[in-house]
Design a protein around this ligand. Sequence first.
Ligand code: ADQ
Length: 469
Amino acid sequence: MSNRLPVDRVVEEDGSTSWRASPGGLVTAVEPIVEQLGCLWVGWAGSADERIEPFEIGAMRLAPVELSSEDVERYYEGFSNGTLWPLYHDVIAQPEYHREWWDRYQQVNRRFAERVAEAAAEDAIVWVHDYQLQLVPAMLRELRPDLTIAFFLHIPFPPSRLFAQLPWRKRIVEGLLGADVVGFQQVTDAVAFRMTVERFTRAPALGNTVVVPSTPDEGSRTVLAQEFPISIDAEAFAEVARRPEVRRRAEEIREELGNPRTLMLGVDRLDYTKGIRHRLKAYKELLEDGEIDPAETVFVQVATPSRERVDAYRQLRDEVEVTVGRINGDHGTIGRAPLVYLHRGYSREEMVALYLAADVLLVTPLRDGMNLVAKEYAACRLDERGVLVLSEFAGAADELRDALLVNPHDIEGLKAAIVRAALMPLEEQRRRMRSLRRAVDDNDVAHWAAGYLGSVLAAAEARRIGPGG
Ligand code: ADQ
């Protein structure tokens, strides 16, 4: 279960409706596994005040949970994206704490828990995803003690001194401890969680586990709280990258852009955590300093629309679009813009063609749980060319050590890395890209699923046998 179902409804030209995979990291990573396992996926279908009957896509069964417009405003845009998202991303934006948002978060989490409690078979495994549903594990355990419950947090878990700001901190931690396994992206997240548990509850942490003391209803039990760095289906990306029509499209993209010597690319949801402003600032200064020649360079920024009704996102969009206009106004010529900004979603094929066309990929988040775009780029570059500039604040930096690692707050450092990437000799590109590709292949989504789901199955088995063994 996740806040959103993995699909968006699209209205075709003839007025009929169909469903299309929605862009975003959770879907990219989890959908291939769920499809294979043939699970039931519970989540919101994306439109408020609408009841949608369960439906099927391939082997996947989808069970929509209804949200009213007030739920969307308070639970989703409010508590999830106005409180938790900024708090968990190092307070890059100021989190807001409102009691009516919290009340609604509890109500909606209960609705999700009840929906699954009704639908799940005896002794089933329920896999709960992400920060919007952190109370669900405990609620579900209370309703259905027979279930094995796994939780995965796709975003960072904040250091305990930041988490401490949250007025409902203890309730969130207790909610998560309802799970048998709580998975995180990085070791730092798992460590922060275990420290937070010790600080705000009576449950001690022993190595990777937390021991939840017994209650009148249940004996003491252990919760595995560990890192399982998420990944992509690398072979599926490589397969698309091999297709002749996709390779042709990559060439066509370069031609349409006037065959620049260097094509740089950024691909992000339009989110203030992704460091788009910092990237644009660095690029603008490089053009101003004359270190980058606008006649030879094009930077394509794909920015997927995201959370457009939340104030901080509206403001970001305005700022980005003003900066784009300024850069092109100052440095463009008739028929040539040094910056191409695309505010929409694309198909997997078009994304891969962009990755193949790009000499340099700029991934500069100020904080990011993992960042799959960085991994997708490496998976697609069968030719071992291209340079990845990667923020050290993305979880992916733990694995992709041969990227050009940057601190995006350090604009001079970022500028130097961009110039170095643009000028990098082929031999060095090859050496680095080979290492990045190996890192992605060694830990692809199948490897991740085997580790994570293996631990969940072990937990289910341990429950079946019982504490006496
Ligand atoms: P996101 O913040 O959504 O994910 P990311 O990991 O980069 O970030 O995933 C984005 C996904 O959306 C990629 O698969 C990308 O290809 C796709 N995408 C982006 N723009 C697109 C567009 N215009 N059209 C089509 N597809 C597009 C959250 C966390 C991350 C974590 C993931 C997975 O914030 O840190 O890596 O979940 O756990």
